[in-house]
Design a protein around this ligand. Structure first.
Ligand code: PNS
Length: 158
């Protein structure tokens, strides 16, 4: 049984994230969306809220669950028996940082393998930060995030 982690801040989850999760749901026995509890920037949504949003958005895939974690990703992976970490790549600009993180994770634990999934081209420009900025400034986030996330953004930013 192969358990994969799709880690991230998910502040908030976007359709780009869900595209990666959907691919993983078809490839792995179990997929854990790992929500970092202490992201580098102060989050708009608490870890509990991000887990709840992801729970709603991923309910159609029975082998996917969202879990918050703190500390090192490799320790979380060991804790839940995951051997694979999957990240989405939007463009070559993502690659530099992602390869650095994956090599650090490999240094920390030889048990975890990092895999990269190319995101859908139509989501190549999409990021949680831009979604928040657009929503904050009154723009439409339709088609960029699930409806439940759009509603949560509206409520949080009103
Ligand atoms: O969505 P993001 O912000 O690109 O996700 C980054 C994340 C959460 C995957 C990364 O910051 C992470 O793995 N954090 C856990 C702490 C850790 O293990 N750091 C050392 C490995 S580079």
């Amino acid at each position: 049984m192969i358990i994969a982690i799709v880690p991230g801040s998910f502040d908030p989850p976007t359709n780009g994230h869900l595209d990666v999760v959907e691919r993983c749901a078809a490839l792995f026995d179990e997929v854990v969306v790992g929500v970092v509890g202490n992201p580098s920037k102060v989050p708009l949504f608490t870890a509990k809220e991000r887990v709840a949003l992801l729970g709603e958005c991923t309910a159609q895939w029975s082998n996917v669950r969202a879990v918050a974690f703190e500390g090192l990703l490799v320790d979380f992976a060991r804790e839940i028996g995951a051997t694979t970490v999957v990240k989405g790549l939007r463009a070559v600009t993502d690659f530099e940082f992602e390869i650095q993180m994956s090599q650090m994770n490999r240094h920390l634990s030889g048990d975890v393998v990092s895999l990269f999934v190319a995101t859908k081209p139509e989501y190549g420009y999409l990021s949680s930060s831009l979604v928040k900025e657009v929503a904050r400034l009154g723009g439409s986030v339709e088609g960029l995030v699930p409806d439940s996330v759009a509603a949560a953004l509206k409520e949080r930013l009103k």
